[in-house]
Write a protein that binds this ligand. Sequence first.
Ligand SMILES: NC(=O)c1ccc[n+]([C@@H]2O[C@H](COP(=O)([O-])OP(=O)(O)OC[C@H]3O[C@@H](n4cnc5c(N)ncnc54)[C@H](O)[C@@H]3O)[C@@H](O)[C@H]2O)c1
Length: 370
Amino acid sequence: MILNRVKVELGERSYEVRIGSGLIARAGAEVAPLLRRKRVAVVTDETVAPHHLPALTAALEAEGIGSSALILPAGEATKGWENLARCTEWLLDQKVERKDVVIAFGGGVIGDLVGFSAAILRRGVRFVQLPTTLLAQVDSSVGGKTGINTPQGKNLVGAFHQPSLVLADIEVLTTLPDRDFLSGYGEVVKYGLLGDAAFFDWLEREGPAIRVGDKAARLRAVTRSVEMKAGIVSRDETEEGERALLNLGHTFCHALEKATGYSDRLLHGEGVAIGCALAFELSSRLGFCSQEEPSRVRAHLKAMGMKVDIRDIPGELPGADTLIALMGQDKKVVDGKLRFILAHRIGQAFVADDVPGDAVRAVLDEALGR
Ligand SMILES: NC(=O)c1ccc[n+]([C@@H]2O[C@H](COP(=O)([O-])OP(=O)(O)OC[C@H]3O[C@@H](n4cnc5c(N)ncnc54)[C@H](O)[C@@H]3O)[C@@H](O)[C@H]2O)c1
């Protein structure tokens, strides 16, 4: 079995992200060295459980590791106070102790929720991420941001709590619906756009193979994405500087997610892809990059069959001013000024504070066709 290992270097809290095919089947052997006693608590969701929980339970059993599982509803709405309480109290009922390990088995929703629950349970227990969506494998399972949504906004309550291990089995992606896969691919493209032009070139060539399930291509795409995230997180764990680059496309994305009520109309990674295209448009309008760059970004997203334009989002959307106001509630706003991640070219993003509102409005008006 080919197994790629990427280290997230964070001193005593360093950990490995292992990426390969068939990792769930050997999860017991991978997790065993972390355990003080042969018992784990697994939290997953109702969609992942029927597909993959029996294989995980069997893999744990094969190493003599007992497990119990909590199966939460699937979807973004799960990531709130109610399920945080449910999950945390369930872990207490399972008698999970300080030295035990909790396994988060699912997409970004489960990873964020269970990671946060592990952070507050007995003032912090260790947890292992077994990400099952492309988005979770390349982004949310790595870096230690955990949390929940509240009526005031997304991810406003949470903690930095690094996992002890991440096992990304690309085999589990075969059961992921195409739309969710492509949503995660939005984050993969983001890495090329923000910091690795050669990776973006490669994605332009290999994207279609990645989409239809080419294992070698998927392995490389996930590994390169994780390498980039791990590098950035190692250098800037708590987002004092460079980590902000990971938010390329996200200021636009968050406004669009709010405008669509975090519904099925727009998945997170779809918003990131549209947001990246808009960030490149804005960069070009402000003279930071040539007009060819946004065209190339858009061409690749189109070639992949992804949402590219705001107008690809079904249903009514508010105007530019409302969208800008929605950006204003974003927690990434510094001292009331809008902050964007812009780019000099593909592969070279930078943080721009104090971006003129007129330029943002013009880009949005054009995108909205108004
Ligand atoms: N912590 C971070 O750094 C970070 C980064 C990016 C995104 N996020 C968060 O991640 C969340 C989005 O993550 P997501 O896109 O993985 O969403 P998700 O967890 O809701 O998963 C999407 C859907 O796919 C299903 N699913 C998961 N794995 C599957 C599989 N292998 N086969 C079939 N179906 C499967 C899920 O049940 C769900 O219905 C958001 O809440 C976002 O805020 C966090």
